[in-house]
Design a protein around this ligand. Structure first.
Ligand code: PLP
Length: 392
């Protein structure tokens, strides 16, 4: 029996499991501590009323023999794929039959690797969402890093000395909150088209972009349909972290090695995936109605308001940071040259506030720290007041 030996090359624990463990240990030793969590990127606001109503209605349909539904199609119900295609209108030309409905971005980010050989070289930004790295290490692919730091405004451009086959781009970035401009993304698209590479574009936070000039989809860039796959999610956009729904776009024009990647992914999904529940897809489609868009905007504005409270306090403390405007994440410099985990311990012990150590997102994240704007307003205000009282 041979196990997948590549698992020996990944860290024992997922970053957020480490954070949860350390927090639980602190709570056990300090049972009276009122801990505020601004660490993990989970949302706190409830689902939009129109989403809930759509799901209740779908439940009723499932309770009636005349409207009951069994297995759906592997790529999702047409009504949701069409609503997603319409969401792109005016920004990019995507058709409903280039869309696959998923149970969230994480599974598709990981599973899409099934259609690519293990021999490919992968380019991953450092720091970034840990799933890109871990899934490729599990498969044994060669990994090259492109560093995101203050000198490149946390937005690295293609390095022609690196031969990449698969390129991950996360914009708005988790954890730095930085967002690519159209010009900068066009450089990656040009590189990918010229080098037979594929861009995996993670747009999970696109709904947080407020600057109208910034691209929310890679398909806003000419040439992207021949080199990019886009993965998006209802999780942060509409509070679906516990409901589970997302989508992946694979343009019909996207081919590599003589094969249409759309066809390969359809084949993969029909073999290993049985679709997303009808009830969830009805809820997701409601997000794109007029009421839905209004209601999710109110929630996103609420999170933006939290981000403003956090960044204003950092301004007052003279702490440098990135993000927080077109993103729910604030990526700050640990004060007094503290390491990421050093600041995590300091903040937990002295303010009972939990954040995420930057080094957990990659080597280049050392000395940085991520706070999220997904908390409840009064808890964010309380956390900020406690941080302001600290002596750095
Ligand atoms: N992509 C990024 C960059 C994320 O930060 C996350 C979750 O935090 C995901 C994808 C996963 O989203 P989902 O809940 O849709 O699986």
């Amino acid at each position: 029996m041979n196990i997948n030996g590549n698992f020996r090359n990944i860290k024992d624990n997922y970053l957020f499991a480490d954070v949860a463990k350390k927090t639980a240990e602190f709570a056990a030793k300090n049972p009276k501590a009122d801990i505020i969590k601004l660490g993990i990127g989970d949302v706190t606001r409830p689902l939009a009323p129109c989403v809930v109503n759509a799901m209740k209605k779908a439940c009723d349909e499932m309770a009636d023999v005349k409207t009951f539904k069994g297995y759906g199609s592997y790529d999702g119900y047409g009504f949701l794929r069409q609503a997603i295609a319409d969401y792109y209108k005016g920004r990019a030309d995507i058709s409903a039959d280039e869309i696959f409905v998923s149970d969230g971005a994480k599974s598709d980010i990981a599973d899409i690797l099934d259609i690519f050989s293990e021999k490919n070289t992968v380019v991953i930004p450092d720091p970034v969402y840990p799933v890109y790295l871990d899934t490729n290490v599990m498969d044994g692919r060669e990994i090259k890093y492109v560093e995101c730091n203050a000198s490149n405004d946390y937005l690295p451009l293609p390095d022609i000395s690196v031969k990449a086959d698969i390129i991950y781009i996360c914009s708005p970035n988790n954890p730095t909150g930085a967002v690519y401009t159209k010009d900068a993304l066009a450089k990656w698209v040009k590189y990918a088209n010229e080098n037979d590479a594929i861009i995996l574009f993670d747009a999970a936070y696109e709904a947080f972009i407020t600057d109208k000039n910034l691209p929310r989809s890679i398909y806003e860039i000419d040439g992207a349909k021949t080199c990019a796959i886009e993965i998006d999610s209802f999780s942060k956009m509409a509070g679906f972290t516990g409901v589970r729904c997302g989508w992946t776009v694979i343009p019909k024009a996207l081919t590599r090695g003589g094969s249409k990647l759309y066809d390969m992914w359809f084949r993969r999904q029909s073999t290993k995936f049985n679709g997303v529940s009808y009830i969830v897809q009805c809820g997701a489609a409601a997000v794109f109605t007029k009421d839905g868009m209004k209601q999710i905007k109110e929630t996103i504005d609420y999170y933006h308001g939290n981000a403003k409270i956090i960044t204003e306090s950092l301004d007052g403390l003279g702490i440098k940071y990135e993000g927080g405007i077109n993103s729910p994440y604030i990526w700050l410099d640990c004060p007094n040259g503290m390491t990421s985990w050093g600041f995590f311990d300091y903040l937990l012990a002295n303010a009972n506030v939990v954040g995420t150590p930057g080094s957990g997102f990659g080597k280049a994240g050392e000395g940085k720290f991520r706070l999220t704007a997904f908390g409840e307003r009064d808890r964010v205000i309380e956390a900020v007041e406690r941080i302001k009282r600290l002596k750095f």
